[in-house]
Write a protein that binds this ligand. Structure first.
Ligand SMILES: Cc1cc2nc3c(=O)[nH]c(=O)nc-3n(C[C@H](O)[C@H](O)[C@H](O)COP(=O)(O)O)c2cc1C
Length: 334
């Protein structure tokens, strides 16, 4: 992989993993340069990145070492690919709003190279509506994401927020440059997850129980397989239906995974899957889904789901999502 990778490191606990990422990318033959934010330098000394990359490390926009170029423009033009890893909630917010007040954000506005963002943060930060809004905006602007994985976080919580492993990021970069397309490249996948509620009055809603684990795992896996993913989670069911109808027009070839739970009351509006390829989870819908998955109780809480007569364990959402996607992709190829 004889490519120029610019690694932009912002200030989260996962900065130490970015050092390993430089090492893995260099071993894979990439030429790596690193820019760090001031906060990132609180976690790891730039010297570690300098040694691993065998290149100078950049952090000051106004430190112009070479008078023949402007450093941030030079780096922006030099890169074949830019990785922002780890990406803090702060840098995601700045990128989503076009702010350029440090070396990284200035370089990111000046580049025409593809930019991949690998968020890493506390699970509650990642779930915050402001962060979600910023991620959605960046997704609409064409940025690609390396989704954080789930697991033990340094802050003591268990959940989504861990920077993806350096080996996995390196493999994604290698696949990108080798032109290897992933099975869902160029596909749009819409996933409903968690509990979709129905308002009873101004102050009250009726909501089923659902932890959203299966829907989120299916969305995560779809992203890993290269899809453009739209998630509708824990929303008002009427709003979700409206959004869905708009997405059907915008993305007529999309695959809908309706994995969210809906209340089983007579006021519950029925989702229409007409005109879209849909996978539903044992729910009443208008139209015929491509695949309907049954479970004894609700999917988040049941231990197995039935897929065309075959039982699959749902206790490990990631494994379930991988199995289901390989099943869907096989069906799509036929
Ligand atoms: C110990 C510690 C760990 C932190 N970890 C994270 C993190 O993982 N993700 C994150 O978004 N912010 C984290 N922060 C907060 C950021 O460092 C802070 O928002 C900072 O302003 C980010 O600046 P930057 O985006 O310019 O690097 C952490 C702060 C501390 C003190």
């Amino acid at each position: 992989m004889n490519k120029n990778i610019l690694l932009c490191v912002s200030g989260g606990i996962a900065v130490y993993k970015a050092v390993a990422l430089v090492s893995k990318l260099s071993q894979a033959g990439a030429n790596v340069k690193v820019i760090m934010t001031a906060s990132a330098r609180q976690f790891v000394n730039p010297l570690s990145f300098q040694v691993m990359s065998k290149n100078d490390v950049y952090f000051d926009t106004f430190d112009e070492k070479d008078s023949s170029v402007i450093a941030h423009i030079d780096l922006a033009d030099w890169a074949d690919l830019i990785l922002v890893a780890p990406a803090t909630a702060n840098i995601i917010g700045k990128m989503a709003n076009g702010i350029a007040d440090d070396m990284i954000t200035t370089t990111l506005l000046a580049t025409t190279a593809p930019v991949w963002i690998a968020p890493a943060m506390n699970v509650h930060m990642y779930d915050h509506p402001a962060v979600k809004r910023n991620l959605d905006r960046l997704s609409a602007d064409g940025y690609k994401f390396i989704e954080p994985s789930e697991g033990f976080l340094a802050c003591g919580y268990v959940g989504k927020g861990r920077l993806e492993e350096p080996e996995k990021i390196t493999a994604l970069v290698q696949d990108f440059f080798s032109g290897k397309t992933t099975p869902l490249t160029d596909k749009t996948v819409i996933v409903t997850a968690g509990a979709l509620h129905v308002p009873l009055d101004e102050q009250h809603v009726i909501s089923p129980q659902a932890n959203g684990a299966i829907g989120r795992a299916l969305a995560h896996e779809a992203r890993m397989l290269g899809a453009h993913v739209i998630e509708i989670e824990n929303s008002n069911l009427f709003d979700a239906i409206q959004q869905l109808e708009a997405y059907k027009i915008q993305y007529p070839q999309a695959i809908l995974i309706h994995a969210a739970n809906v209340p089983t009351i007579k006021e519950t509006p029925i989702i229409s899957v007409e005109g879209i390829k849909a996978i539903t989870f044992g729910q009443k819908v208008q139209g015929t889904p491509m695949l309907n998955i049954l479970s004894e109780r609700w999917i988040d809480f049941s231990e197995k789901a039935q897929l065309n007569g075959q039982f699959l364990a749902t206790i490990n959402p990631q494994l379930f999502a991988q199995t289901l996607w390989s099943y869907i992709i096989k069906g799509e190829e036929q």
